[in-house]
Ligand binder design. Structure first.
Ligand code: NAD
Ligand code: ZN
Length: 387
């Protein structure tokens, strides 16, 4: 059985995860406090455990798998499954049209599977989560982008994350790009039933994604710790997650490192748990405007660009860390212009961002309208397109 070893004995009761002597990740006690809807299986044989547990619980799964895994021998037993769809996450984050296509395919089956298993990063897990719930609901997926919509429970959803940071492995959210907007299906039936977490499955992730998805994790934790409307438990999980994300991003992530992978996987779960009851803030509000104006801009890069333009909002804190992490990793400052975003998009981006009312309230409190108006938001986007 593979073994995880770090060279220090933990002095902090495993709080950071990094300095804990992790000899067997599968024995790690729960490190989150917020109550989550997902059973988190800590594993040192993620592929084997996923297939074994599905079998033991009598589930026949339809697998949705990130196609970047097709050439990695560790995933061979999954690739040999009969019912499988390979999703090209490198082309696009999941679209409502992808969900509709897969739902139609499942509905056409004479003997439909009773579980959908997503194997990949946040994009692939969210696609599986959206398919799992939408299969039981009659309208196209875009009709369910939003909050508080009446939906029926669908198939069981199982996930095997292969890239750490989004927390999608435990959230009741499936973020989708729709014809109108990028927005999640937010519904408790979207939460995975089971997440099998094996940090080593991220070994083949390119540096760019290892870095940027952890940046998203850092921003989730950072913004929740600065939020005025987040629940106590959520902030507690984010304080832990922030320390972990910082420790990972403060090293050069060029080469896969098992210790950093474990810390990243733990920080990612905390990112998910803290988002239940926790709320992100300004960088995320700004990022949604950017994402809606550029179909190819990854979410993690959009939030980074946003934080770089929000130095004043966060009194330099998030900004200074962001610049430091980019420097340590030899990454150039990301620019909106590289993703086709310019002056002409400012009006639309401003309208999108202003619509994220809960996120402004999260950062500025109930009187946010006294501070945030279209001029305030436009100024941020002007800085972004001029960078
Ligand atoms: P991703 O899933 O888009 O993957 C990024 C790249 O990494 C892709 O090219 C993919 O093929 C590759 N990849 C993944 N695992 C790999 C592996 N083991 N080996 C080699 N390549 C691998 O990236 P992400 O940052 O994890 O997810 C982004 C999406 O998640 C966005 O749509 C974002 O909005 C969403 N998101 C969702 C939640 C949620 O709670 N549901 C939270 C935050 C973000
Ligand atoms: Zn995010």
């Amino acid at each position: 059985m593979p073994v995880f070893v770090t060279d220090e004995e933990g002095a902090d009761g495993g709080m950071s995860g990094e300095s804990e002597s992790v000899t067997n990740f599968s024995g790690t006690p729960a490190w989150w406090s917020t109550q989550i809807l997902t059973e988190v299986v800590r594993s040192d044989d993620g592929v084997g455990d996923l297939l074994r547990l599905l079998r033991e619980r009598g589930r026949r799964a339809f697998f949705i798998v990130d196609d970047a895994l097709a050439c990695q021998p560790a995933f061979k037993p999954i690739l040999e499954q009969e019912e499988i769809f390979m999703f090209r996450a490198s082309d696009s984050e999941p679209r409502t049209g992808d969900v509709d296509q897969l739902v139609a395919m499942l509905r056409d089956k004479k003997n439909p599977p009773d579980a959908v298993a997503g194997v990949g990063g946040g994009s692939t897990m969210d696609l599986a989560k959206a398919v799992g719930i939408c299969v039981a609901n009659p309208k196209p997926a875009e009709a369910y982008q939003g909050y508080g919509l009446d939906m029926k429970r669908g198939s069981e959803i199982w996930v095997l994350p292969t890239l750490s940071g989004t927390g999608a492995e435990v959230t009741p959210i499936a973020v989708l790009r729709g014809p109108e907007k990028k927005l999640g299906i937010n519904n408790s039936f979207t939460a995975p039933t089971v997440a099998v977490v094996d940090p080593r499955l991220s070994a083949g992730v390119p540096k760019f994604n290892r870095f940027y998805t952890m940046m998203d994790c850092f921003f989730h934790h950072y913004e929740i710790t600065k939020s005025r409307t987040s629940a106590h438990d959520a902030v507690g999980d984010s304080i832990k997650g922030l320390e972990m994300a910082r420790s990972v991003l403060s090293r050069d992530l060029a080469v896969y490192d098992p210790d950093a992978a474990i810390t990243s996987a733990m920080a990612s779960v905390l990112g998910g748990s803290s988002s239940i009851g926790g709320r992100v803030g300004v960088s995320h509000a700004i990022s949604y405007g950017l994402s809606n104006s550029s179909p190819k801009l990854p979410h993690s890069v959009a939030v980074t660009i946003s934080m770089l333009a929000c130095r004043d909002v966060y009194d330099g804190g998030g900004y200074d860390d962001t610049v430091g992490f980019l420097e340590t990793n030899g990454m150039p400052l990301p620019r909106a212009a590289d993703y086709g975003i310019g002056e002409s998009h400012i009006a639309k981006m401003t309208a999108t961002a202003l619509g994220m009312e809960k996120l402004w309230q999260s950062h500025f409190g109930d009187d946010w309208r006294g501070i945030v108006d279209s001029g305030f938001v436009q100024d941020i986007y002007k800085r972004i397109v001029a960078a």
